[in-house]
Design a protein around this ligand. Structure first.
Ligand code: GLA
Length: 406
């Protein structure tokens, strides 16, 4: 695994603050393998953390000021560790995330011990649907724990309950401070990922289970369409509202039942109500409910070691996103089609919010390089764009450690 983000963060730290950092937090990006837009509908997701990560290095400092540098962007931010509202971060989105974590940790775990100096760097592609933001949040939270600044969980094997609480703290920070209404998937993945495994998460009960990816494990190949969108740009929230309107319909239809989310509606009930539902809403709901079912069947396939069956479910998920949820795009569809005709392809789909960013593909072990080459050519032929192709493997979730300079 590349050590570059750590080296880059440490060099940026030395340049900005001098001396040595005392603690490091690291957290991975993630791919959503099945369960697209199911998380905030109380549904099921199946995902894996990947071996691309954000690293934060730093040390406590006297006073109550936080000074943070982003090595990737060459930008700096400075704020009070007792921050109470977003304010004007000169560093844009990443600064807002860092401030948001500080804010949420103070609310949930108590005030930070002191100010600090920190530098961050990462190799999770930004704005590509791989959740670089949750990876930044988790790496930053774990740095705070590792530096003794907060009481959040740390160490090589943090307690499950504390990790789950931290995932929820980080999600709240993204929802309430950054202003992005995301579900729990991203923060959960950054904290709970495991090498050579995917996991299934029930977003209602928070039950989760690690699932082996098989031996030899297929590669997780992420293809970046080189089209990027901002998550906060409104499409995501619009889809949430469309799903909520269907829930509202069923709530009125069945006043005796506690219907809170699409999770509380069955596919059969959706079919029965089809003619009375608004034509957009019923498609959105069909995607969510069939997607929950694909997660159940996908988990069974992985337990049975059947990666071909799992891959077929991923491709069915892409079709459902494209046709029913309408969160694909011509570029993502072209990337999917280029992948479908490439060697080693087991299955693929768009990953994350959609509309732009990446597809994720499961590719037979040993064929990832040939697959990557073929996708580059196929996508270029269709769109005139050359995709970035990242051959990834499932990775462990966030960790922190002390940095010993002796
Ligand atoms: C984004 C959100 C996640 C999830 C996915 C879609 O990545 O941050 O919470 O909703 O979109 O599955």
């Amino acid at each position: 695994m590349s050590k570059r983000p750590e080296d880059i963060a440490r060099a940026a730290f030395a340049e900005a603050f001098g001396g040595h950092p005392t603690a490091l937090g690291r957290a991975p990006g993630r791919v959503e393998l099945l369960g697209n837009h199911t998380d905030y509908n109380g549904g099921l997701v199946l995902a894996a953390a990947i071996d691309r990560s954000t690293v934060v290095v730093g040390r406590p400092s006297a006073g109550r000021t936080a000074r943070v540098r982003s090595a990737n962007l060459g930008e700096a931010d400075e704020f009070s560790v007792d921050v109470t509202h977003p304010g004007e971060s000169p560093s844009g989105t990443w600064g807002r995330y860092v401030r948001g974590v500080t804010w949420a940790i103070r609310q949930d775990l108590g005030p930070l011990a002191s100010g600090f100096e920190a530098a961050l760097a990462g190799d999770v592609p930004i704005g590509a649907g791989l959740s670089s933001s949750a990876s930044l949040q988790a790496a930053f939270a774990l740095f705070l724990a590792g530096a003794g600044l907060s009481a959040s969980p740390g160490g090589p094997d943090p307690d499950e309950v504390a990790k789950l609480a931290l995932a929820q703290t980080l999600r709240r920070s993204e929802n309430e401070f950054v202003g992005v209404a995301s579900g729990l998937l991203d923060q959960f993945s950054a904290l709970f990922g495991r090498a050579e495994h995917a996991f299934v998460l029930d977003c209602r009960s928070l039950d989760h289970e690690l699932l082996p990816l098989g031996h030899p494990a297929p590669a997780i190949v992420v293809c970046d369409s080189k089209t990027s969108r901002r998550l906060a740009d409104g499409m995501y929230n619009r889809r949430r509202a469309e799903c909520e309107r269907v829930v509202e319909h069923f709530r009125n239809l069945k006043p005796d039942r506690p219907i809170r989310q699409l999770r509380d509606v069955t596919l059969e009930e959706l079919e029965d109500a089809w003619g009375d539902l608004d034509p957009i809403g019923r498609l959105r709901a069909r995607h969510i409910l069939t997607e929950n079912d694909r997660v159940v069947r996908g988990a069974q396939a992985l337990r049975a070691g059947d990666s071909a069956r799992f891959g077929a479910l991923m491709s069915a998920s892409h079709a459902s996103s494209r046709d029913d949820f309408e969160n694909s795009s011509p570029a993502l569809d072209a990337l999917f089609e280029a992948a479908e005709e490439s060697p080693g392809f087991l299955g693929g789909k768009l990953s994350g919010a959609g509309w732009a960013g990446c597809t994720v593909n499961l590719v037979r072990a040993g064929e990832a390089e040939a697959f990557a080459e073929s996708v580059r050519t196929g996508y270029d032929l269709r769109t005139g764009l050359v995709p970035d192709v990242h051959i990834c493997h499932a990775a462990d979730g966030a960790t922190c450690r002390a940095i010993d300079e002796t």
